[in-house]
Ligand binder design. Structure first.
Ligand SMILES: [Zn+2]
Length: 431
């Protein structure tokens, strides 16, 4: 009996000893500073998604994921999630409409094939009439899955010209020779006959998201922590500085994702599976998050913590953050509840007129029903450094950043442990 008590005591000591060895990771100003400075250094040259410059930042993030002990995703053999983005521009066309040559000022389009033809017998036509809302109809048709000729009433001449000059840039697409080509033609004439052969120039870019995971007990319940790592690259020089460093946008968010990976890796195996992702090409239209969302079942994502621009304190003060799309799910309320009694607080996004819920990577997942929200703190309406070369490390408040990361870690506790589950977003309620 004595022997048994002795061995129980020994076992108890061992458990205590092991527990002691795995002290939770401390999110620190030092480590956050190191990550922020690296990602926003001039050597990273503004991390433009279509440039080679971004690779250095991606390699750095992958090495941080490795240091944090993250596993690669089951379908990947590295932390890189690679995909192609194509940039397609019209090179040559012979366009006849009702027997007449169409002038280049009368049409523009979205090109998603290296070459294609349209004609009266095989191409669908639709009309934006004088009584239709040009903008909403334009948005309905622009991403058509099949080839489409959109006939725009000449009463929309002004809108047409504005859109034409904006969209005369190359079309970007992740699917080449599969998705629809859409031509907008300004005409009042019914389409008795038309025929055009488009020959396009295609440029291909290799892009990558950085992904890592901590496998939980529940493999099909995922909590996602994300931030975009790309920025806007080189801009026109201001006082001889031409590098948009993107320290706040969004080295600060990436720092949070890395530190959260370090923190959750230091804890016991979580109940839910945790994914840590940094997206590419957010600044160009969210291609990274779009690709990511197509590689897994969005129904399995229980919550998405997307982190953007936490480098400067909110108007409410340094110990607060806001959540976009607060009323779209119970995610924000759960975070608020978790922060009760602490120095930190979460509030609804104070800038609803800025449509921030729709302007970051969370929107792609929210449209699939995921409680996907962006957590941010920067007073975006008055921020002087937003998308400027002055978005540098020196403008950041690192103590505020680390406090925000700690608050997100604490705020996520209930969801990570499986105790809390936010309600789903209803895509029908979204714009
Ligand atoms: Zn951003």
């Amino acid at each position: 009996m004595k022997k048994r008590i002795a061995s129980y005591t020994l076992a108890l000591f061992m458990i205590l000893w092991i527990a002691n060895c795995t002290e939770p990771y401390q999110v620190s100003i030092e480590n956050s500073t190191r990550i922020l400075k690296t990602l926003s250094s001039d050597e990273m040259r503004g991390r433009h998604a279509l440039s080679q410059d971004i690779k250095a930042a991606e390699d750095f993030i992958a090495s941080e994921f490795k240091k944090a002990g993250l596993k690669t995703l089951p379908e990947n053999d590295s932390y890189y999630q690679d995909f192609n983005l194509y940039s397609v521009s019209m090179n040559e066309v012979d366009f006849l409409y009702n027997g007449k040559q169409v002038k280049s000022s009368a049409f523009f389009g979205f090109f998603r094939s290296s070459s294609f033809s349209i004609d009266r017998s095989s191409t669908k036509t639709v009309t934006i009439g004088s009584l239709d809302n040009f903008r909403s109809q334009f948005n309905t048709y622009r991403n058509s899955e099949e080839d489409l000729l959109v006939l725009v009433s000449q009463s929309h001449q002004d809108d047409f010209s504005r859109y034409q000059s904006f969209f005369s840039r190359p079309t970007r697409t992740m699917e080449l020779n599969g998705a629809g080509n859409v031509i907008f033609l300004l005409t009042n004439d019914a389409p008795n006959s038309f025929q055009a052969d488009f020959k396009n120039k295609v440029e291909s870019f290799e892009l990558r998201n950085i992904t890592g995971m901590i496998e939980g007990k529940r493999k099909d319940e995922i909590v996602l922590f994300s931030a975009h790592h790309d920025h806007i690259g080189i801009r026109n020089a201001v006082e001889s500085d031409s590098i948009a460093n993107g320290a706040n946008d969004n080295a600060s968010g990436v720092t949070a994702v890395i530190e959260l990976a370090n923190y959750f890796s230091s804890l016991r195996k979580p109940e839910r599976t945790l994914l840590f992702v940094t997206f590419t090409a957010e600044e160009m239209g969210g291609y990274g998050s779009q690709y990511f969302s197509e590689q897994l079942n969005p129904d399995e994502i229980v919550a998405m913590f997307n982190i953007e621009m936490i480098g400067k304190p909110a108007v409410e003060g340094p110990n607060s953050a806001w959540i976009t799309g607060f009323n779209q799910s119970s995610f924000g309320e759960l975070l608020q509840k978790s922060a009760e009694g602490s120095i930190y607080s979460f509030a609804p996004d104070p800038y609803p007129q800025q449509n921030l819920f729709y302007r970051s990577d969370n929107a792609t997942l929210a449209k699939l029903g995921v409680p996907a929200h962006t957590i941010s703190t920067t007073p975006i309406d008055v921020d002087k450094d937003y998308h400027r070369v002055s978005d540098e490390f020196e403008t950041l408040n690192v103590e505020h950043i680390t406090n925000t990361i700690k608050a997100i870690a604490k705020g996520a506790e209930g969801i990570v442990s499986g105790r809390d589950t936010p309600t789903r977003v209803n895509p029908d309620n979204l714009n």
